[in-house]
Design a binder for this molecule. Structure first.
Ligand code: UD1
Length: 357
């Protein structure tokens, strides 16, 4: 059996790592295609090195662009490469533009698609990721899910239940494997601190919205120092805000961190404030309070079972939650089913039983 994995953006790499390894144990022929959506060393290469992923066999070098431009460029190159490779199956991950481009190309080439992290829905089509999720799931043949809610979403959309496999969360496989790895942290942290990450266009592309969030963070940082690894999308505007800030602030801005350094920063923190999807899951596993600066989440299990709270843009609620956390009143969380480090093994078992001829 010949499988192609298609990845492109930072959150794809933590998902690829355990699946690649599980299939390697089954002696499957595997090819990695990197679209080049993320290209900086600290957004891409470091994850391949740290997570022991072999260098991509093919890098399409697509880089940044508008939504349509990026997806179109990926599609043209992917069509060429996939036609040459003739795989039995293509595996796509998550909800980024690389996932969408790969699904469209494979569906038209009539190559089977397995979608890892299928069925998540925020029901908010203003987010490009929601469109990517919906289209990818319309076109996929095999659906690997992280939660029962995702299975339900797929069934409601008419997916045959025999094609849905609730295997658990491959991102947690990576967390379980690498959280114990020793690291050399390049900066020191106080006993109590919060971690902040922001990169959603709705939060960071508009200067006035980012300013509101920054004002709230300045306020919180007087109680709880903040460590903030800054995504490239956020960098320019945030620099302007920080430069113009009058108040003395206790916010340490960092370049994007590698995986090991980042998860250790989170593990040692009192709270995380984020708009990321994956971090809502990682904090749930680690039982670290997560305050999400979004109106909705495609990962509701991180709220019902986990440590996540949706804040929206109610900054007084954000502050209240921080007080609850510091005074020990924040909710206790539990770990969702199959977020146990073995999701990729389950994926490999499922794929071994499918006849692709
Ligand atoms: C993408 C994904 C998002 C995911 C995020 C994780 C889509 C629609 N969005 O958003 O779901 O949560 O990745 O990081 O696929 N840039 C660099 N170096 C890089 C990558 C990007 O400098 O290695 C800069 C570029 O200027 C680019 C901007 O960051 O314009 C945004 O990159 P892009 O891939 O378009 O979207 P993300 O915001 O990273």
């Amino acid at each position: 059996m010949k499988i192609i994995h298609i990845v492109g953006a930072r959150p794809n790499f933590m998902k690829l790592s355990p699946v690649y390894r599980a299939l390697e144990q089954k002696k499957v022929e595997q090819i990695i295609i990197h679209t080049g959506q993320h290209y900086s060393a600290n957004m891409s290469d470091i994850f391949f090195q740290e997570l022991s992923i072999p260098k991509a066999d093919i890098n399409l070098g697509v880089g940044a662009g508008s939504q349509a431009e990026q997806v179109a460029k990926m599609m043209i190159s992917l069509e060429n490469e996939i036609s040459l490779q003739k795989p039995d199956l293509v595996i796509v991950y998550g909800d980024v533009n690389s996932t969408l481009a790969a699904s469209l190309v494979c569906a038209k080439l009539q190559i089977k698609i397995a979608h890892v992290e299928s069925g998540l829905r925020s029901f908010d089509r203003t987010m490009p990721e929601e469109i990517n999720r919906i289209v990818t799931d319309r076109l996929s043949d095999i659906f690997f899910t992280t939660s029962v809610e995702a299975d339900d979403n797929l069934k409601k959309e008419g997916v045959d239940k025999n094609k849905i496999f609730f295997v658990g969360n491959v991102m947690i496989d990576t967390l379980v494997q690498f959280i114990q790895k020793p690291l050399q942290q390049n900066f020191s942290t106080p006993e109590k601190y919060a971690v902040v990450t922001l990169h959603r266009p709705a939060n960071v592309d508009d200067l006035s919205q980012l300013q509101k969030i920054a004002d709230s963070l300045f306020d919180i940082s007087s109680e709880l120092p903040i460590f903030f690894p800054v995504h490239p999308r956020t960098q320019l505007k945030l620099n302007e805000i920080i430069k113009n800030a009058k108040k003395e602030k206790n916010i340490t801005l960092l370049d994007p961190l590698g995986y090991i350094e980042f998860i250790n920063l989170v593990k040692g923190s009192a709270a995380v404030i984020t708009d990321s999807g994956g971090i809502q899951e990682e904090t749930t596993y680690l039982n670290i309070p997560c305050l999400t600066l979004r109106e909705n989440t495609e990962r509701p299990i991180t709220i019902t079972e986990g440590s996540n709270t949706l804040i929206g843009y109610d900054f007084s609620y954000l502050k209240k939650c921080i007080y609850d956390i510091l005074s020990g009143k924040y909710k206790k969380s539990s770990c969702p089913k199959f977020w146990d480090g073995h999701a990729a093994d389950r994926i490999a078992e499922v794929l071994m039983k499918i006849n692709f001829s």
